[in-house]
Design a protein around this ligand. Structure first.
Ligand code: HEM
Length: 159
């Protein structure tokens, strides 16, 4: 069995690559794409960059989830789901489920087609919506990270 600490190392490295990438897409790539002249250029550039990151994000999301559940198993921490003071365990699980749904199910089956359809009709509105959605996911992930780092070292924000 791998050690709890090795699982935490894998967990934190996966989170850095994943959420760091989300921050790059949200604060650098989408604003830059929105400034490109033609909708064709915007679509091609966004799909190329987002497409490459999606592969990475699938791997790092999976690693985060597996190492996270392994840590819960290793410390027999399942009862934490019953205590509000461990809200960051719920938050981590929610963020992981949300991204997994988007990356593995919604994006390939629904969102990609919707993007293609709406970006032709109204590229500005489509990228406005995509950016807002990324900001929500990024802020949720950053608040979760702050909460778990504080909580797992004894600083409980909710008693
Ligand atoms: C199914 C998903 C997840 C599960 C089950 C999970 C579970 C855990 C557990 C049990 C710990 C150790 C807590 C402790 O020592 O008391 C941990 C640490 C951590 N988790 Fe998660 N996690 C998940 C997803 C995430 C996500 C999505 C993020 C960030 C957005 C995240 C960020 C972190 C960080 C930064 C730590 C290290 C805290 C530290 O060592 O200071 N985890 N996670």
């Amino acid at each position: 069995m791998i050690s709890f600490t090795l699982a935490r190392v894998i967990h934190v490295l996966a989170v850095i690559l994943w959420i760091g990438g989300v921050a790059m897409v949200t604060t650098v790539i989408i604003p830059a794409v929105k400034k490109l002249k033609s909708p064709e250029e915007q679509i091609k550039t966004f799909e190329t960059l987002e497409g490459r990151f999606a592969i990475q994000a699938k791997v790092t999301t999976l690693l985060t989830g597996l190492s996270g559940f392994y840590m819960l198993y290793a410390i027999d921490g399942w009862s934490r789901y019953l205590e509000i003071k461990f809200w960051w365990i719920h938050a981590m699980t929610l963020v992981c489920i949300l991204f997994t749904l988007v990356l593995y199910v919604l994006e390939p089956l629904v969102l990609h087609k919707m993007f293609k359809k709406y970006v032709q009709k109204n590229p500005e509105k489509t990228f406005f919506f995509i950016q807002k959605a990324h900001w929500v996911l990024l802020l949720l992930s950053l608040i979760t990270t702050a909460g778990v780092v504080a909580g797992s070292h004894g600083w409980f924000w909710i008693k």
